[in-house]
Design a protein around this ligand. Structure first.
Ligand code: C5P
Length: 226
């Protein structure tokens, strides 16, 4: 624990304040259960178990504040905002004064291998920010008024979480008034000179969006059990 005032710490912020409307469920997707365990619990456990993570902050909706506080007593739990970016901002406000590095993770991505956390942290020795990325396997197109255009697949990446930063650069990006769907985009907009890197993501870190995603993740969990 951080009794040494000179010590810096690494904080995971898990954003879990979305309503999960795309899954047509009353319960937000991060609070659904997979093999009897809440989806949110999987990433919470991975970060708590990682030797280089000192603090885990859960950002949730006001409706789930009491539930999450009771369920995850080892974590700080705070209320999120209207958008994902607002929720990340609230998480940043709750970070320990010792926080040096923040790892922002979607609760809707339950499977996060410790290899990915290791690589993100080591890559921050040479970058301001880093995120896991995957090459698309399929051909990619861009729809246009007149039809579509094929994109060079080799130059495209799908970006996952955790998106990880030296905390100052992410705070500055949030203060810039810019808006983006993720932290890499926000930091790039606010500071085009920032050194942003990517590491190889993991296919199992998929985001639960559709019913089939739950079944795929269950298969990964079954494979890990055997
Ligand atoms: O909606 P989407 O799947 O892109 O959300 C990604 C993550 O951001 C989810 O874990 C969701 O709970 C979180 N989120 C949030 N606050 C919002 C909207 C989304 O914490 N207002």
């Amino acid at each position: 624990m951080l009794n040494d005032m000179t010590k810096t710490s690494n904080t995971a912020i898990i954003v879990a304040a979305g309503s999960g409307s795309r899954l047509a469920s009353e319960i937000p997707k991060q609070y659904l259960k997979l093999k009897g365990v809440e989806i949110l619990a999987y990433s919470v456990r991975s970060f708590l178990a990682h030797p280089e993570i000192d603090e885990v902050i859960i950002v949730t909706s006001a409706n789930y504040l009491e539930h999450a506080s009771n369920q995850y007593p080892e974590c700080k739990v705070v209320v999120g905002g209207e958008t994902r970016q607002d929720s990340v901002f609230n998480g940043l406000q709750a970070c320990s004064p010792h926080t040096h590095i923040v790892l922002v993770h979607d609760a809707a991505r339950p499977l996060i291998p410790s290899r990915v956390i290791d690589l993100c942290l080591s890559s921050l020795e040479k970058h301001d920010g880093v995120a896991p990325a995957l090459k698309p396997a399929d051909s990619m197109i861009q729809l246009e008024d007149s039809g579509f255009r094929n994109l060079q697949r080799d130059n495209l990446r799908m970006i996952q979480t955790p998106q990880c930063f030296h905390i100052g650069i992410l705070r500055t990006a949030h203060a810039s008034g810019k808006i983006d769907t993720d932290e890499m985009g926000l930091v790039k907009q606010s500071n085009p000179q920032a050194s942003l890197g990517f590491i190889e993501g993991a296919p199992e870190t998929l985001k639960v969006t559709k019913q089939i995603d739950l079944e795929i993740i269950e298969k990964y969990l079954d494979a890990a059990d055997n």
